[in-house]
Design a protein around this ligand. Structure first.
Ligand SMILES: [Zn+2]
Length: 322
């Protein structure tokens, strides 16, 4: 009934979610990250208005989408702007597929408030007890303290260019008037986000405004570039400090692997406790886990909560062979 192939296939393709090809009767895209993106979309997909607009702004070709389909309900999932979980009925049972989700309010986003369902298909990126995040206020307080402590150094703050980078800027701009500049891919996403929301970012393009680093400016850059040659040059030339932002920052290895001077636990996903809480709220009869610590979380649910749970692996069937 539920298969993981290219995306998640429900009931022989009646509903297909987050696939690269629109191969189902109904095709849902939960959010505008590239790993959930239709690469060759000729059919119409179902997504939220904001996700559709984000795709249109990111894609060269025309992106056709519809914001509703009979029997499907899109519910804000709190991961990035426009991200949605989807709820529908399958063989007399209600199914909730979370896509990527976060239940905590942070920056300009409200957390996911999951509805009840019989079957829950959920992301479990941080599905082990090691990944418990501090309260959001504490995270933001730590960010502020570090930035103010280092008022005499230029800073480079790294985050995923769509979603995380905008939240970092939003948080920093609340308390700091230091000049901000954004590296190409972040600036591009700032513009796209401004187009589809009422958010505004003050960051100027990095290329033409490098000199603000001499005035202890702050550069926002994509996380994948944290150890790029151009970054090392900026560090050498301006004495800049580097900070990384991610749920993985709970573990010290994130700091070493990224070559960061400081890291902050700012995540767009649920932590372990929030995942457990989500399951309690949905109160499902069956749970399928996806991504990250999928198997560990499923066996935790089974053992500690008596919930019928298992990891959804590529090409495995479910329900029937449970
Ligand atoms: Zn995502």
């Amino acid at each position: 009934m539920i298969r993981k192939k290219d995306g998640i296939h429900f009931n022989k393709g009646e509903v297909v979610a987050d696939s690269r090809k629109a191969s189902g009767d109904l095709n849902v895209v939960t959010h505008a990250h590239f790993d959930h993106m239709h690469q060759e979309s000729s059919n119409e997909v179902i997504c939220s208005e904001k996700t559709g607009k984000l795709f249109q702004a990111r894609l060269e070709e025309k992106f056709k989408y519809s914001t509703e389909a009979e029997g499907l309900e899109l519910i804000d999932s709190g991961h990035i702007l426009g991200s949605s979980a989807v709820k529908f009925e399958m063989k007399g049972e209600t199914v909730l597929y979370t896509g990527d989700a976060s239940t905590r309010d942070r920056a300009y986003l409200e957390g996911f408030n999951p509805p009840e369902a019989d079957v829950l298909v959920m992301e479990t990126t941080y599905g082990i007890p090691n990944y418990r995040f501090p309260p959001q206020e504490k995270v933001e307080k730590n960010i502020r303290a570090w930035i103010e402590e280092n008022r005499d150094s230029p800073l480079i703050l790294f985050g995923y260019s769509l979603g995380k980078a905008q939240k970092i800027q939003y948080i920093v701009e609340k308390f700091s008037d230091r000049p901000l500049i954004a590296h190409g891919s972040v600036k591009e996403m700032n513009d796209v986000v401004e187009e589809v929301s009422n958010l505004e970012f003050s960051a100027r393009p990095y290329g033409e405004n490098k000199e603000v680093l001499e005035d202890n400016g702050i550069l926002i850059a994509p996380s994948r570039s944290s150890q790029a040659d151009w970054v090392e040059k900026v560090v050498d030339e301006y004495g800049a400090l580097k900070a990384g932002f991610s749920g993985w920052a709970v573990s010290d290895s994130f700091k070493y692997r990224g070559g960061y001077d400081e890291t902050f636990v700012l995540s767009d996903h649920c932590d372990f406790d929030e995942l457990v809480e989500m399951v309690e709220k949905v109160d499902p009869e069956k749970v399928y886990t996806l991504h990250g610590f999928d198997e560990a979380f499923a066996s935790y649910l089974k053992k500690e909560h008596g919930v019928d749970a298992r990891a959804l692996k590529r090409n495995q069937t479910s329900l029937s062979d449970f």
